[in-house]
Design a protein around this ligand. Structure first.
Ligand SMILES: Cc1cc2nc3c(=O)[nH]c(=O)nc-3n(C[C@H](O)[C@H](O)[C@H](O)COP(=O)(O)OP(=O)(O)OC[C@H]3O[C@@H](n4cnc5c(N)ncnc54)[C@H](O)[C@@H]3O)c2cc1C
Length: 290
């Protein structure tokens, strides 16, 4: 008997992507639209699909990345000198467009949080022709889609800050008609608010940072959730954004509202005073000791 071993197809692959255009979509956010011949292989369910974006370092025109290593790229990437290898950052697919006779496009909304981080800096200066590499889905249903509405859920609770607003927009657009959804979106500036579309029976509240100091974001979110009347008996919660705020909100839902842990999806998108490399290293260390 002959046995054929077929390597499991990774749901992700590298996509070469070039900036086609950019547009400010609020005082805090710049939308960058990318095109690329590879994008014909891109597949997406939408929702909170996250991507890894590889950016060139200052002075480079292309991100340095061991593309030829296939699924073994991570070890080869780590072996490249830190000052030379691409900057790797997590972002959300805001939209993927495929239309007959037109090149495929993807949009990513970058929060401009100042000159502090290489990704924010890159996005502030992004212009047509600039090149990046995106590690993204070639299989639509993949592990980088975290929003998973359980069949038993009769309502949804959503909290997102400005970094998770692109994901929240896609999640809201995909909610089933009529389901109760309580939504809090926390943004820095009044001008960051924008229309959100959903078929759900949604109550959407904007919490605005410039109306209160940044340090109070977590408290603001907790107070808003505590004060809200409950809807439904089996809520599913999706909480994404600044790590400290997400952790406190999860604790509130699990300990005070008795929402089962398995019905709360929570993702720390960033943490005050910590770069993404540091966050990744911390999580890897935690996983090793768990
Ligand atoms: C799954 C996932 C999806 C994400 N999707 C998006 C998205 O669609 N859009 C988006 O803008 N971000 C998104 N993020 C967050 C983004 O990856 C981080 O904000 C990242 O740290 C930005 O990289 P940087 O190089 O600009 O800053 P870093 O070099 O990582 O950090 C430098 C400093 O800036 C601070 N910092 C980082 N982000 C912010 C911020 N937003 N506001 C204030 N200070 C900050 C850090 O605390 C650190 O002190 C996502 C994160 C994850 C995990």
């Amino acid at each position: 008997m002959t046995t054929t071993l077929t390597a499991a197809l990774s749901p992700y692959r590298f996509f070469e992507a070039t900036v086609a255009r950019t547009r400010q979509v609020g005082p805090s956010t710049r939308r960058v639209t990318f095109v690329g011949a590879d994008l014909e292989h891109f597949a997406s369910l939408g929702l909170d699909q996250s991507l890894s974006v590889f950016l060139p370092r200052p002075g480079q025109s292309d991100p340095v990345l061991p593309r030829e290593h296939g699924d073994g790229w991570w070890a080869a990437f780590r072996a490249i000198d830190e000052d030379e290898r691409a900057v790797m950052r997590s972002y959300t697919l805001r939209e993927f467009r495929r239309a007959p006779g037109r090149p495929e496009e993807i949009d990513i909304d970058f929060v401009l949080h100042g000159d502090l981080g290489p990704a924010s800096r890159w996005a502030a200066q992004a212009a047509p022709g600039h090149r990046v590499v995106v590690l993204g889905p070639r299989v639509a249903d993949n592990g980088a889609v975290r929003f998973r509405l359980p069949a038993h859920a009769d309502s949804v609770v959503i909290w997102a800050d400005e970094t998770a607003l692109p994901a929240a927009e896609s999640v809201l657009a995909a909610l089933p008609p009529g389901i109760a959804a309580d939504v809090w979106i926390d943004v820095p500036r009044i001008g960051d608010r924008r229309p959100l579309y959903t078929a759900a029976d949604a109550r959407i509240a904007w919490l605005v940072g410039e109306e209160a100091p940044e340090a109070r974001r977590g408290e603001r979110a907790l107070a808003a959730l505590r004060a809200a009347p409950r809807r439904g008996t089996r809520p599913y919660a999706w909480l994404s954004g600044e790590s400290g705020a997400v952790t406190s909100l999860r604790r509130l839902l699990v300990r005070e509202r008795n929402v089962p842990k398995c019905d709360v999806t929570f993702v720390g998108y960033w943490r005050h005073g910590t770069t993404e490399e540091e966050l990744r290293a911390r999580r890897a260390a935690e996983a090793r000791t768990a």
